[in-house]
Design a protein around this ligand. Sequence first.
Ligand code: GLN
Length: 257
Amino acid sequence: MMKKLLILMMAIISAVAMLVAGCGGGEKKAETKVLRVGTEATFAPFEFQKEGSKTYDGFDMDLARAIGKQMGRKVEIVNMGFDALIPALNAGNIDLVAAGMSITDERKQAVSFSEPYYTSGLIVMVNKDNKEVKGIKDLEGKRIAVQIGTTGEKKARTVKDAKVTAFNTNTEAAMEMKNKGVDAIINDSPVVGYYLAQGGNATAMTVGEIMEAEQYGLAVKKGNDQLLADVNKAIAELKKSGEYDKIYKTWFGEVKK
Ligand code: GLN
């Protein structure tokens, strides 16, 4: 009798143990499924690295981490060239792009975008001692620096007779203009604004108006509808909870209305 009871108890214990282990294991796997977020980290205040720092700062980075948290996934930031992001997404090397990437019809052929999360636009920056260039129309025949694969590059290539140099990073483009290697830079207005505010205004300034509005979106591989739905849901939840506004305030000082 005792022996039978013992065997029964042992069987129950091992069954429960197996169940717990099974569940736990499954849960753990889902929890730790890393969300690989691709970016190009010379685009402050959206994504950048402070000097000597290995971590990634900026609005997009905080947003991506908050989205990951909302989805119960650990976020790993993968830094690469801007022009490498879409190929990396389509090769399955990253899951999401968070890189101040403007939603364009051309890119929509290659990837799927989340709901727009930021309104931007291109602007021209020149050296302060440049008395000639007052806007994009004065760039005809001039030397323009841009970041490779960006909407800024596309815009620069429409300027008649301009000599366009496409750099891998915005840091190199800014350096080239400072050294008078080019006459102007075409880049996103909030990024140019941040650069000037951080000390760039000692030698540089913007000219002309912000060109037409561009919307930033997070990108996923075409067909990854589940992830896209999860990302959009996470953004909506972050907006509802006030977390989105908190992140926005951290980087832009005020809450967007
Ligand atoms: N918004 C611009 C684009 O999508 C620039 C992005 C960037 O340089 N990170 O091309």
